[in-house]
Design a protein around this ligand. Structure first.
Ligand code: SF4
Length: 374
């Protein structure tokens, strides 16, 4: 038996039953692949099912407003993936009449579809003999072939793609690719692989050399403390049970997401809202919350200040935002919110700062009214 035959036999016998494995619909597989990037299977299943009910075809997704798409994605993180899906669906409708193209090369021209996703859709949905390499596959191949080089290095990646291309069989490319990923997710796991349960153990060079747990070689991560610091100020403005939020321009960073209005500092926040008919007044004193977050490339510190908006928010859209609007405090869970703002809202809810900050927002308004009467 070959590696491919052993793997396929094992996969068909013991694979996990996942809803997207019951379909060959390229759109449904596309959605599942994008959702599964950096997110666990158990989290993705209910999202995928809801998504397919709400947007059952590329045409349905293309016709939906971005706000609705981001709201359906809310909780999965990495909203860029949802925006790319949305843009990709519009392109599929405009260029291909709503049907995904059936080659990896054409798929890669769509927004958010890289080499991996194109290989997955082409092989699983269209039965094309296309390889794929994701984190799981890279780990399995590095062990099977005892590859000693940094797994993320371009030369190693080229080698892994080449090996994957040699292994993938013409008669069952989709199942084979899924089998490799399944092996990496359930048996050839990071740290301590379960070689005793492995269907390709006899062919594994790392196991033969007693080096399975040492591989793959992964580059050391940059220490969090070495990442540059970005300090920001955010406004917490509540009026009659509704919170003031700003939506980022669709084309920019975190495009289309809502967040607490943010600027480099408190003065910048006030300037952002200054204009005919609108003015932001911040309560004095320390921020109600200091939020810290480490991102992949920087550390973020956001000081949240209670404030009051005078005038209509629509007149105040500025800076990185295309819209500023009130949102009910009880409807925020279903809104496409940037991760930092969602974390801030969760913290304020947990320590009851929500009520206190809303109270401070009210007293700030009363103080402003008193001073303007004086
Ligand atoms: Fe991974 Fe062990 Fe199987 Fe090799 S034998 S592929 S290290 S689980």
């Amino acid at each position: 038996m070959t590696i491919a035959a052993d793997l396929l036999a094992w996969y068909r016998e013991s694979r996990r039953e996942l809803p997207w494995r019951r379909t060959r619909d390229p759109y449904a597989i596309w959605v599942s692949e994008i959702m599964l990037q950096q997110t666990r299977v158990a989290v993705v299943v209910p999202y995928w099912e809801r998504w397919m009910q709400r947007f059952p075809t590329a045409a349905a997704l293309a016709a939906a407003p971005l706000d609705e798409v981001l709201s359906a994605w809310s909780g999965l993180g990495y909203y860029r993936r949802a925006r790319d899906l949305h843009r990709g669906a519009r392109e599929v409708v405009a260029r291909y009449g709503g049907r995904l193209p059936d080659t990896a090369a054409a798929l890669r021209e769509l927004p958010g579809i890289g080499r991996y996703t194109a290989g997955a859709i082409a092989s699983i949905a269209f039965g094309r003999r296309e390889p794929l390499v994701d984190g799981n596959v890279a780990r399995v191949l590095a062990r099977l072939f005892a590859i000693d080089e940094d797994i993320k290095a371009p030369a190693t990646q080229r080698r892994l793609w080449h090996i994957a291309g040699e292994l993938v069989p013409a008669d069952a490319p989709g199942d084979f690719n899924q089998a490799l990923m399944e092996l990496g997710a359930t048996v050839c796991v990071p740290g301590a692989p379960r070689c005793g349960d492995c269907p390709v153990a006899a062919a594994c060079a790392a196991r033969a050399a007693g080096r399975a747990a040492e591989l793959p070689v992964v580059p050391a991560r940059r220490a969090d403390a070495d990442k540059p610091l970005l300090a920001q100020a955010a406004a917490w403005v509540v009026r009659r049970g509704r919170l003031l939020l700003a939506r980022r321009h669709p084309e920019g960073l975190f495009g289309g997401l809502w967040e607490l209005p943010r600027a480099p500092d408190a003065a910048g926040l006030v300037r952002m809202f200054a204009g005919p008919g609108a003015r932001l007044e911040l309560a004095g004193g320390p921020p109600i919350l200091r939020h810290r977050q480490v991102l992949s490339h920087r550390r973020l510190v956001i000081d949240v200040h209670v404030g009051r908006l005078v005038g209509r928010p629509a007149a105040a859209a500025a800076g990185p935002y295309d819209r500023i609007a009130w949102h009910g405090l009880d409807s925020l869970d279903s809104l496409g919110l940037a991760a930092a703002s969602r974390a801030i809202l969760t913290k304020l809810r947990e320590n009851d700062g929500w009520t206190q900050s809303s109270e401070r927002s009210r007293s700030s308004r009363r103080a402003t009214r008193r001073s303007s009467r004086a």
